[in-house]
Design a binder for this molecule. Structure first.
Ligand code: SF4
Length: 238
């Protein structure tokens, strides 16, 4: 199967979810923890039927499906099948996206309950994280955020903090005028990384990440930190 289904109580806060990891992505983040998913592959009719059966037979145990990857919006026509099945069954739907696909976001946003979107770096500094990114990254991500907000869908923005690739000033810059409901800074983990050199980087100390977040000047209502040591921590809320 070209989609990896996994059950998780962490990917949709407070809910038990079936997470669907779809193949392919248009970025190459140096810290990517799912490098096996970066090669794009077609989702076949068989993939779709298998997942639909998986959802059907576990309907009583899950509250939600999470469309993740890779970048799920590379397969927007196929994932519409899962979204329809979830909505017909009163399940919630969360989308994890890199924010580079506003057109596809617009096609499905009315049926999405929660979006978690990566903001890798200040929008004009994606070169710090990925060797590959569209020239109009800033415009694409801004448009995606506007579509999500115009549809009143809960938006969490997330950044993975990798020392040597990002500075505290980058987090201050990218959150300054970010229009989202929740911002989460994620501690870099050095176990599996696309760029093997990053496995020699130390994982940042959660206390130093907390200090970065406490010093932010932003109107985002909720600020969180995700770390191996302390799990998902609320740092600030309005
Ligand atoms: S956007 Fe996600 S899946 Fe794509 S390369 Fe970056 S970390 Fe990996």
């Amino acid at each position: 199967m070209n989609i990896q289904p996994t059950y998780s109580s962490l990917d949709y806060p407070g809910k038990m979810a079936l997470v669907l990891f779809t193949p392919g992505c248009d970025l190459r983040c140096k810290y990517c923890h799912n490098p096996q998913l970066l090669k794009n592959q077609e989702l076949t009719k068989w993939d779709i039927e298998e997942i639909e059966e998986e959802v059907e037979s576990n309907m009583d145990f899950i509250d939600a499906i999470v469309l993740s990857g890779g970048e799920p919006l590379l397969h927007v026509d196929e994932i519409k099948n899962f979204i329809k099945q979830a909505k017909d069954s009163d399940l919630l739907v969360k989308l994890d996206t890199n924010g580079l696909h506003p057109k596809q976001t617009k096609e499905i946003i009315k049926d999405i309950d929660y979006v978690a979107m990566d903001i890798k770096a200040p929008l004009d500094k994606y070169y710090k994280i990925s060797d590959v990114y569209p020239n109009n990254t800033k415009e694409l991500i801004t448009e995606t955020i506007n579509i999500i907000n115009d549809n009143n869908v809960f938006l969490e923005c997330r950044t993975t903090y990798v020392p040597k690739l990002l500075e505290p000033e980058d987090i201050a810059e990218l959150t300054k005028n970010l229009n989202c409901d929740r911002y989460t800074l994620q501690q870099f983990r050095n176990r599996v990384t696309l760029d093997a050199n990053l496995s020699n980087f130390e994982e940042p100390n959660p206390e130093s990440l907390k200090t970065i977040l406490e010093n932010l000047e932003t109107n985002i209502p909720e600020i969180r930190l995700k770390s191996r040591q302390f799990g998902n921590q609320l740092i600030k809320s309005n």
